[in-house]
Every structure is written in C-alpha cells, then in structure tokens.
Design a protein around this ligand. Structure first.
Ligand code: NAD
Length: 480
C-alpha cells in the first residue's frame, strides 16, 4: 500500500530516526495490521526542526527569494506531487482507510491546487499605499513572520496539512509540520518531494510522533513565530494556552457540530442527497459535517424516507474497491469512540433508524431520531457516520435549533427562497453557510468558526494576515 516500512523525520533536508530510535506502529485501519513504523520524536527532535527552520529563514534562501522564484519552486512542488499522485493517494488510503477513488480524485488534486493557489496569491498580491504629503511615501509591507509550526489532524491528512503549509510557505516563512501520528506518510512524502523539486533544505521540515510528546514540545517553544493548529477542541485549548504563554499568534481550527436545516419549501431530493453526503462523507470524519439534521415538521416524513434511502445506498467496505463509499473509521480508537456515542444515543432516548457498527472498524451510515437536546450526543462531536434527525415547526425555531451548539463551523440549509436563505445566513452563528449545496470552497474565503470551533481564520488574505507581520513603512522623500 504506502510501500514505506519506516517513516523518518525530515529535518534540514535529512531523513532521520529519533535519537533514541523509538518508533510508533503505523496501522492500516482496513487490514488492522501494522504496515510499518514511524519515528517517534520528542523535545530534541522538535528543537532540531525549529533550529533548522530558523536557520533557513535567517539565511534568506526562501524568505528573501523574489516572488517569482518562490512561486516557481511552489509550482515545481505541485507539478512533482502530480507525478507522485498515485503514491500520495495510496498513502492517504493506507493510513486512514479513505476510499482510494476519493483520495485520487479529491484529496491529492485539492492539495496540489492549494499549493498553486497560494503561490499565485502571494505573487499577485498588492498592498496599500497611503497618500500623505508629497514629503513622505507610506505603505504597508507584509513581512514573513518567521518559523511556523503547523500541526494537522488525521481525517484529511494531506489536504488539511497542505492548507496550512502552502500559505505559510508562500509568504516566505519556514515551516515545521507535525502530522497526526495516525497519518504520518503524506506529510513526509510532500517534504521529500519538495527537496526533489529543488527546495532549500530546512524550509519545510516534517517531524513525526505523538502529539502529547513532540507536539507538546513544539507548541511550548519560545523560538517560534506562529502556530497553526487543526484538531480537536480539547487539544486546541492546550495549544492556545501554550501560545498565550509565549505570546505567539495562533489559529485554531477545531471541531464542529454542524446542522443541516431542511425548510418546508426545500427541494427534498436535493436536500436528502446532499444531507447524506454532508454527514457520511469520509465515514463522517469531517469537521464540516452536517451531523444534526433539522427538518421542518410538514416535510419531515417525506424527507426522512428519502434521506434513509440515500444512506442505505452507500457501500461500506474495502477502501481499495472502487465501489466503496465509506471505508473503515481511521483507527481502533476512533471506532471505539463512535461505538460509545452510538450506545449513548440510545441511552439518551434516541431511536436508531438504521446503521451501527460493521465488520472490523467499519461503521454503517447511521440515523438516530429524537435524541435529547440535553444529552451528550446532541452537544458533542461524534466524528463518525451518525446523523441525528430532529423536527422544528417554523423558521425561527429552525434557526434557533441550528444555533443550539457550542460549536460554529458550518450550517447547511435547504430552501427555494432567496429571502429565507439570506435571512437565515445573517442569523446563523457559523463560519461557513452553504445553501442548497455542500462543501463548496473558495481558497480566498475564510475558513474557521466561532465558539468551540476555534480562533482565527485562514484562506486568501486571512492567511496573509496571519502568516505575516504587516509593517507600516514611512519614507521621507523630499530633500529638505
Ligand atoms: P487531535 O486534537 O487529537 O490531534 C490533532 C493534532 O494535534 C495531531 O497532529 C496530534 O498529534 C496533535 N496533538 C495532540 N495532542 C497534542 C498536544 N498536547 N500538543 C500538541 N499537539 C498535539 O485531533 P484529531 O483527532 O487528529 O482530529 C480530529 C479533530 O480535528 C476533530 O475534532 C475535528 O473536528 C477537527 N478538525 C477540524 C478542522 C477545521 O478546519 N476546523 C478540520 C479537520 C478536523
């Protein structure tokens, strides 16, 4: 599958084991067997990677490259990733059980596209000039921040990591990237491909190991300039606290508990098909998922019939089989977690309309009706293929239910009325609102959300603001 028996750190252009040679097993969630090992680093490896990034940054080999040269190297990376596309897709599938067809058609092309996007975004960027008196020239410059620590999760390892590093690198920073321990391969491959593409050593360093060990060492370093984190709300709090101690700017892209709101004038076929995709895609392991399906009472029964039909059509199984829609959950830990929430949904009064655990670590598309709004299943992120379905009577109640969450990442809405969609969007506490569609993205748009979903936004100019130090420059231009 991934073909790698050992995944090393890649620091200062060198592949390295940990000082004490310690490793972790890399388990394939479909076969449930160990497919290789990865280096398990700690404070020393974290320190080395940060030092390598600092030295490359100070050298100017990347940070002071002209925008055309830097963009050319980013394009060279993207082009070479396309040459390695199959290897990257196989790695994602082997590490997290994502259907190979989706890794090939979605994750790898999106990651490649992000690298090209941020290269262009930087080189096409402009900044403000402030007309002062003729005696002064005043403008804003966006200076690279320095050393960026990027910590990414396992649910879309390549895409979510590249989203961070591409923006940071385009703006001239050097990076230390720590992928999740359950999905180490694609980050290592990207760093290796960057070296093949002629990148200077030390610009993109990748370290491997446990979050609580090497991740903890990275976030507590006082030698870094930015932390960009995507992961759980619980770990996000630790990252935010560490960043606060050292006054290091941080973005936290955390969990979600998105709602799918189906109003009584919705196109029910579109709503049912899209709602199924919004909750079951990637075996439900998506922060943007619409897990709380809220349906206006008058269309509830008809919607539910069509939604259940959609769920029943999804095929669960071997991620290498082209007909598979849902691979296994990404790890045993994740399988146990979703199984616990499944049991909890029933003990909290929910009625299971279909689904539940399957063979190995697979989990069937699951629909639970009438969970209690006081219960944990309504409030907490399950991160598995489990939809709860609830009803509401009118527009205001539907919006209130959608907002009844500590999170605020996304809301997906179905209605044929433009006025209802605009009004709903203005009242929803969600970083992203989709109406009559799902997972449409534009890399210029902000990504993130309020509450337990995190702090800050990334994307387009939002990434520029975060990964640079905006500097006001005033130059006296007259001779007297
Ligand atoms: P996680 O928080 O357990 O781990 C995320 C990353 O943090 C991993 O690389 C992990 O090794 C590292 N980490 C763990 N403990 C650490 C510590 N003490 N210090 C530093 N780093 C540490 O999350 P996960 O289980 O990998 O990912 C799933 C979560 O990510 C879900 O909550 C999901 O909603 C969220 N997510 C959010 C977005 C978004 O854009 N908002 C996108 C995808 C996933």
């Amino acid at each position: 599958m991934s073909g790698l028996s050992f995944i090393p750190h890649l620091i200062a252009g060198q592949e390295r084991a940990s000082y004490d040679d310690s490793t972790l097993d890399n388990v394939n969630p479909w076969t449930r067997s160990t497919q290789g090992t990865l280096a398990s680093g700690g404070a020393r490896e974290a320190g080395d990677a940060i030092a390598a990034a600092r030295s490359s940054f100070e050298s100017g080999a990347w940070s002071r490259l002209g925008e055309r040269q830097r963009a050319a190297l980013m394009y060279a990376l993207a082009d070479r990733m396309e040459l390695h596309a199959e290897e990257l897709a196989q790695a994602e599938t082997a590490d997290i059980g994502r259907p190979l067809a989706a890794s090939r058609s979605f994750d790898v092309p999106r990651a490649v596209g992000m690298i090209r996007f941020f290269a262009d975004h930087h080189s096409l960027s402009t900044s403000d000039v402030y007309p002062m008196s003729a005696d002064f020239h005043a403008f804003t410059a966006y200076r690279p921040a320095g050393v960026v620590v990027a910590i990414s999760p396992w649910n879309h390892p390549l895409m979510l990591g590249v989203w961070k590093i591409a923006a940071a690198l385009a703006w001239g920073n050097s990076v230390v990237w720590k992928p999740a321990e359950d999905s180490p391969t694609s980050a290592y491959l990207v760093a290796r491909i960057a070296l093949e593409a002629g990148w200077p050593a030390g610009v993109l360093n990748v370290v491997q190991g446990k979050g609580a060990v090497i991740g903890d060492a990275l976030i507590h370093s006082s030698e870094i300039d930015r932390i960009t984190f995507t992961g759980s709300t619980a770990v996000g709090r630790l990252v935010g606290a560490a960043a606060g101690q050292n006054l290091v700017p941080v973005t936290l892209e955390l969990g979600g508990k998105g709602a799918t709101v189906v109003l009584d004038d919705a196109d029910l076929d579109l709503a049912a098909a899209t709602a199924a995709r919004a909750v079951f895609n990637n075996t439900g392991q998506v922060c943007l998922a619409g897990t709380r399906v809220l349906v206006q009472r008058s269309v509830h029964d008809e919607f539910l019939r069509r939604f259940a039909e959609q769920a029943a059509q999804l095929r669960v199984g071997d991620p290498l089989d082209p007909s598979t829609d849902l691979g296994p959950l990404a790890s045993e830990k994740q399988f146990d977690r979703v199984s616990r929430y499944f049991a909890l949904a029933q003990s909290e009064g929910g009625t299971v309309l279909g689904g539940g655990p399957g063979e190995g670590w697979t989990f069937k598309p699951t629909i639970v009706a009438d969970v209690s709004r006081k219960g944990r299943v309504w409030r907490e992120e399950v991160f598995g293929p489990m939809a709860t379905v609830s009803t509401f009577d009118d527009f205001d109640q539907g919006i209130a239910l959608a907002n009844d969450t500590d999170y605020g990442l996304t809301c997906t809405l179905f209605s044929e009325s433009a006025a209802r969609i605009h009004t709903a969007a203005s009242r929803l506490r969600a970083g992203t609102v989709w109406a009559n569609c799902y997972q449409v993205r534009d890399l210029r748009a902000p990504m993130g959300g309020p509450g337990y979903s995190g702090i800050g936004r990334e994307g387009g100019n939002f990434s520029r603001e975060f990964f640079t130090e905006p500097q006001a420059v005033f130059i006296k231009t007259s001779l007297d």
